[in-house]
Design a protein around this ligand. Structure first.
Ligand code: GUN
Length: 291
């Protein structure tokens, strides 16, 4: 069994990105600049945005966090996005989700300039991805594809099961894995909360991507010997340790790792690859905006 070391691979990619940024700056050009809008005081969102700032700093990107109270109106938020869309100094733009109930996530996502949409959430980018046109792809599936590529995992003709159908992970993941490409060319089944016989379906899979958000959902009996298992889940569960919690994926690691050929750990697997995928997109957007 081989551990898919997302932490190690993400550090290699960050090094590649920072070399590119050094060359940009050495040529007298401004570094890529990610602007992140954060509305309200959601603890998890604060943490995610903090990670994004740190990641930008580490590769030499500029970053700005624009904070707004929960009370901001949709109109005010949209006009801020319009302003950032046309700010030539901002090369990538994200709005951290979730948003307060009175603001339409759809209206916000659709307001972002698709060429700055480094989250890959705008329907123009989703459409471009599905049709195989150049696109920004949502960070988690993009990071998983990169991890598979860097480990040389065979995908052509494989049966792949994606657990979860979210716009951010499950749907784009299924689409990318069925593309005529490497990694890709898989026969993909998407399972979700209304699926029947998930255990049986998984047991026939060569590759499983678990993105349900249900701790330790995928157990050893659901996995075929030699399967490749990618765990997107990360949930805090109470534990008798110093922190009072431990991080648990959607995969029951001890059981499944005994059967898998490749498996991602939690933490240190998909998470760091997601973070670095946003940096990759931000660099890509820089070239779109600046050229
Ligand atoms: N909320 C949870 N994940 C994400 C993400 O990848 N991007 C944004 N903008 N919000 C999120």
């Amino acid at each position: 069994m081989i551990i898919l070391d997302g932490k190690k691979i993400s550090m290699e990619i960050k090094k590649e990105i920072s070399e590119t940024v050094k060359a940009i700056v050495a040529a007298g050009k401004p570094a890529p600049h990610l602007a992140a809008i954060l509305v309200g005081n959601d603890g998890a969102s604060e943490t995610y945005v903090g990670h994004k700032e740190k990641d930008c700093r580490e590769v030499g990107f500029r970053s700005t966090v624009l904070r707004f109270p929960d009370s901001i109106s949709q109109e005010e938020l949209l006009s801020e996005i319009v302003r950032l869309n046309s700010d030539g100094e901002v090369t990538g733009l994200i709005v951290q989700l979730p948003l307060p109930k009175h603001i339409s996530e759809r209206a916000v996502i659709e307001a972002i300039n698709p060429d700055k949409d480094v989250d890959g959430f705008h329907p123009a980018n989703v459409g471009r991805m599905v049709t195989g046109f150049p696109a920004f792809v949502s960070a988690t599936p993009d990071g998983i594809i990169e991890l598979m590529k860097r480990y040389g995992i065979e995908t052509a003709g494989k049966n792949c099961v994606v657990l979860g159908r979210s716009n951010i992970v499950g749907r784009p993941m299924a689409n990318l894995l069925s593309r005529k490409a490497y990694p890709g060319d898989c026969t993909v089944t998407v399972c979700h909360s209304r699926s029947r016989n998930i255990g049986e379906i998984c047991a026939g899979a060569d590759i499983i991507v678990a993105a349900l958000g249900v701790p330790e959902f995928l157990t050893g009996d659901m996995v075929k010997e030699g399967a490749v298992v990618i765990d997107v889940g990360i949930t805090r569960v109470k534990a008798d340790n110093r922190n009072g919690f431990r991080l648990v994926g959607d995969v029951k690691f001890d059981e499944v790792s005994a059967k898998a050929s490749f498996i991602t750990p939690v933490p240190g697997g998909v998470g760091p690859m997601t973070r670095v995928a946003l940096l990759k997109n931000t660099l890509k957007a820089y070239y779109l905006i600046k050229n």
